[in-house]
Design a protein around this ligand. Structure first.
Ligand SMILES: [Zn+2]
Length: 290
């Protein structure tokens, strides 16, 4: 399941490959992929130039010449893959973007939880940050109303925000980190890795964390996500996650706890444990994490 680092890599790839290109045709074959509105609504993007690629949490925000924003979420198994013009579609391809000079972009999604929709009303332009041609700035877009329920992007969340949202909460730290209303972009893998880096047990009540622990959690959120972006994300054994050119990520080689139950902790040698948390589980080192 792609989380913030994987979606950020896709965002950068899309910017590099398609920014400034004109969309010639958009073919939708997956009705479930466009389930929020009539698929015909997407045809209004045809003829427009892709002018910005943003991201909020796990959502991609593609802004077009006339100000419309196409929102994409990969969910469980969605992939965005570059293809040559006229290339045959893989099985489970639900949308094909044909650009005038930049080839095609295929939305492939075996489990069909992923989705595309045009944001209602043109989003206003937010403050611009420095950008380079190869990698358009993130945060350049105001958030569409459909994403108003999300907390701040996990890379922008301040220690103060984390302190306020954890205060008094009985829910486990991990459950709060993966709650997109608290911070947007963290899922199962990175929540465990962040707790490991912060030396905090993922099953502790959010409200039980002291000030220095919250500070460590905020710092770990930043450093783990940044390191995962540098390593181009995590591709697990299911080989599900691919970047836009079909390449796998490498951050799975740096996982300290996720999926490592019974294996020795890299710091103290104790076996990593797996805690049950309702329907989910969390991996942690019982000695290094308190
Ligand atoms: Zn340890």
């Amino acid at each position: 399941v792609p989380e913030l680092p994987e979606v950020e890599i896709v965002r950068r790839d899309l910017g590099r490959l398609y920014l400034g290109a004109r969309l010639e045709r958009l073919s939708i074959s997956g009705i479930r992929t466009v389930r929020r509105h009539a698929p015909e609504l997407l045809s209004r993007l045809e003829g427009q130039i892709l002018v910005d690629v943003g991201r909020h949490g796990k959502y991609l925000l593609l802004r077009w010449g006339d100000g419309e924003v196409l929102v994409m979420h990969l969910r469980m198994s969605g992939q965005l893959l570059a293809a040559e013009a006229g290339a045959p579609s893989m099985v489970h391809t639900h949308a094909v973007f044909s650009f005038e000079t930049a080839g095609e972009l295929h939305f492939v999604d075996p489990r069909t939880f992923g989705e595309l929709f045009v944001a209602g009303g043109a989003a206003e332009e937010g403050p611009r940050t420095a950008r380079d041609g190869a990698c358009p700035s993130n945060g350049a877009l105001a958030r569409p109303a459909e994403l108003a329920h999300l907390g701040p992007d996990a890379l922008e969340a301040t220690p103060a925000h984390l302190a306020v949202t954890l205060a008094g909460r009985r829910a486990p730290v991990k459950s709060l980190l993966v709650d997109q209303r608290v911070v947007a972009g963290i899922g199962n893998i990175y929540a465990d890795e962040i707790c490991s880096d912060a030396r905090v047990r993922p099953d502790r009540a959010g409200g039980s964390l002291g000030r220095s622990e919250v500070g460590r959690l905020a710092a770990a959120t930043r450093s783990v996500l940044d390191a995962a972006i540098v390593a181009r994300g995590s591709t697990l054994g299911d080989q599900q996650y691919r970047d836009v050119l079909g390449e796998t990520g490498l951050y799975q080689l740096q996982h300290k706890v996720y999926g490592r139950a019974g294996l020795p902790c890299g710091t103290c040698g104790r076996p990593i444990e797996r805690a049950r948390m309702g329907a989910k589980s969390a991996y942690f080192c019982p000695r290094c994490q308190r």
